[in-house]
Each structure stands twice: as C-alpha cells, then as structure tokens.
Write a protein that binds this ligand. Sequence first.
Ligand code: PNS
Length: 159
Amino acid sequence: MQGVAIYPGSFDPITLGHVDIIERGLKVFDHIIVAIAVNTSKVAAFSDVDRLHMIEESFAHDRRVSVVSFQGLLVDFARQQEAVAVLRGLRAASDFEYEFQMAAMNRRLNPDLETVFMTSRSTHTFISSTLIREVSAMRGDVSEFVPEVVLKYIAKRYA
Ligand code: PNS
C-alpha cells in the first residue's frame, strides 16, 4: 500500500512494541504520522509535550515518521491529513475486542478510512505502556522495553 498512515495512541510512554509496529508499518506505507491523542478520558502520566518529544527523539533519524498531537475524532484528523489508513498493533486476543469495536466505529464514521492491524513480534507481546509505568513507579528496570531516549523522561517522572 502506498500513502500516509496514521498510527494513533496514547503513547504514555512509547514502548519498543510501538517502535516495532512503526518500523514494520514503514514497509507497507510511505509515511507514518504518529498521532498522540490528547484530552481523552485517560489521564496521562506524561505531559502531552513529553509524549511528543519521546517519540520525536526515538525517530529523529527517520524522515518518513512525523509526530503530532490531535484532539477530537481520529477519523476527522485522518481526513485532514489525507491518510489512507489507520495502523494499529495487536498483541494478543485480549486486544481484539476493543480494537474490533474501534475499527467498526471508525469505519461507520468514515467508510473510506481503512484500519490495518499488525500483530506484534512474539518478544513484544507482554510490553504495554501501563506495565512500563507500573514497573517504573516501583523503580524497576524497563530499559529492555522502551527506546533509550525514553529512560531520561521516566527517571524525571518517577524521581
Ligand atoms: O493507545 P490507546 O490508548 O489504546 O489509543 C486509543 C486511541 C487514541 C487510538 C483512541 O482512543 C482514539 O482514537 N481516540 C481519539 C478519539 C476518537 O476518535 N474516539 C472514537 C474511537 S472509535
């Protein structure tokens, strides 16, 4: 597939699981816009600006990746960006129900926008931002699971 895909999420913080989906997504799409949802019902542990900087620093070497924050509906943002697809990762069957519902709702809201799923690498299936936050808050070592640039943000947040 050619064109731009949106990879939306909370990225609170970005993990190596996310990085893997973006890198593999670039084999399919020309450009990926990593879109950080702000002002959702979720209260983020990291500020909007820090979440943006963590992803920008992780992909500073790759011009095919851009990072933006968005508010409001994903389908509206995707239309503004002229994206051909939304990219999402699936780690396990437990992700499926929620992802299926979101994809179905987004398709109702914009029938032209496809959702493309990539299954995560087996070595990444257990990595989640939620667990990264929990382990970090209890001073555990998460260096295996997040991009190196993220570690300084974690150190600052959980100092
Ligand atoms: O990383 P997450 O928290 O699983 O990402 C969820 C996200 C941001 C993709 C989803 O909540 C979203 O698309 N939010 C934007 C608002 C929206 O369009 N909601 C309707 C989704 S059907």
